[in-house]
Design a protein around this ligand. Structure first.
Ligand SMILES: Cc1cc2nc3c(=O)[nH]c(=O)nc-3n(C[C@H](O)[C@H](O)[C@H](O)COP(=O)(O)O)c2cc1C
Length: 167
């Protein structure tokens, strides 16, 4: 009699087919990076955030706050906001603060991250900003990143990680 051996009665591979589309169809997240910068340090921070988010697969758009249309906030899944310490440990008051205040209701339920540069202080402006964002009901997806003047290599790495967290 002919021996039929080692037959396994399961069609190999069929069990995992149902899970594949979820991976294949994963939507690219849309990230906006919106910043104010007087002398370029926070702009350099913004560029590192963009690099991190892009490396993590997000579709990223970067705007100085004066060119950002606040009413488009709803088009993004995540928003990074960047502003240096100005005045006496406050946000820049003529352009950034008003835009941020207007964005608050539109940022509800989105992933938000804060970053910025400072000079002689210790980061009090960012502590106040973080408290304000939380009180406004915003969802911070990672700790804020601050850097002294222009971002050094370590700050660039931290800013890229912030970008990854938004993606
Ligand atoms: C008008 C003005 C106010 C500032 N106030 C503060 C401050 O309160 N605390 C601080 O640490 N740095 C302060 N700075 C320093 C800036 O935050 C710092 O130079 C920062 O790197 C500027 O970022 P930017 O190049 O993106 O404009 C101030 C700078 C200016 C011009």
């Amino acid at each position: 009699m002919k021996k039929v051996s080692n037959f396994i009665g399961v069609a190999a591979g069929t069990a995992s087919v149902g899970t594949m589309p979820a991976v294949r169809d994963r939507k690219m997240s849309k990230v906006a990076v919106v910043y104010w910068s007087g002398t370029g340090n926070t702009q350099a921070c913004a560029e590192a955030v963009v690099d991190g988010a892009k490396a993590a697969g997000a579709e990223v758009e970067c705007f100085s706050v004066s060119e950002f249309d606040v009413s488009s906030t709803g088009n993004y899944d995540s928003v990074a906001l960047g502003c240096p310490a100005m005045g006496d440990e406050v946000l820049e008051e003529s352009e950034f603060q008003p835009a941020y205040d207007e964005m608050k209701p539109l940022l509800q339920g989105k992933k938000v991250a804060l970053f910025g540069s400072y000079g002689w202080g210790v980061g009090d402006w960012m502590n106040s900003w973080k408290d304000d964002a939380i009180a406004a009901g915003l969802t911070l997806c990672t700790d804020p990143v601050i850097c002294n003047e222009a971002p050094d290599d370590e700050s660039v790495e931290n800013l890229k990680k912030l970008g990854v967290a938004l993606a």
